[in-house]
Ligand binder design. Sequence first.
Ligand SMILES: [Zn+2]
Length: 340
Amino acid sequence: MRDALGLMLASVVAALVISAIWFWTSSPRIELTAPNSLSAAQVQRVAAAPPFKPLTAADDVEITAAIPEKPAIRTQPGSACATPDALGVSRVVEIDTAGGPRFGFQHFKQLDFLADREVVLTFDDGPWPVNTPAVLKALADECTKAVFFPIGKHATYHPEILKQVAAAGHAVGAHTWSHANLNSKKMTEQLAKDEIEKGYSAVKLALGAAPSPFFRFPELQHGPAAMAYLGSRNIAMFSCDLDSFDFRAKDAAQIVNTVMTKLDKQGKGIILMHDFQKHTAQALPSLLQRLKAGGYKVVQMKAKAPLQTLPDYDEGLLKDIKLPVASVRSVGSVVQTVSR
Ligand SMILES: [Zn+2]
């Protein structure tokens, strides 16, 4: 009996040692996907968790008591949140964009769907190197979701960054092709349509998937003709409840202060920011902390169905821009000296 107990204990110890070795030798997998900002406590939690697939040496030993009720923190993209007290998402709302509903009380006082202390995070003008990835990291660290309104041209410059936005589970709408003011005197109906449709086709081309039928007017300038057109295309229009004015902030702290001051006064709202802006990217980690500390909850907006882009614009865009952007052929394979 004592021998059997000793053997069992030895087996358990051996299994734990093998598990630990297995874990540490395979730890680069975790470094690849986990943010670098894991606290010591979180690292301990990760380290204390058993491997997903027990080794065969441990198969014949009952060690169920050593397996915690909750499995190891999954650090794969799209998995459960790795931050225990993250801001997260309090609820997900699905938007039926039929007829072109309008959001944001700064201009459209129609659909008041947010409860007290609820916010929606929105980002315009990307995708852009450094700043957009920094925004994505800040959102991922807090396991929260936003809506992005990229500029079509920027999407063609940096499709790989826009793909990261969509892969992280954020909604990706559009913000015209070239950030033209759709309410200017020079703007014709045809030009406005071109700006809108080419913008969506560019986002689709960058993502390799259909965008969300969510639209934000550049400079929040909405004209009646463009609004009617968007309505006919069943695209939801976004103004905002709260403008961060991050594009003219002198530093990150000013953005945090502007947003929190307005939010504490208004109590809720769709927040307009720009992932294109350096100060916004720098401000986001502390802004999300302040939202959490203030008891604010993030609402994730999702479209009920994706937007069908127009084939004419998809094809026109392909002709317009030179594809592929980066040549994969070496100079030697293209240019050969055949005589001297
Ligand atoms: Zn903009």
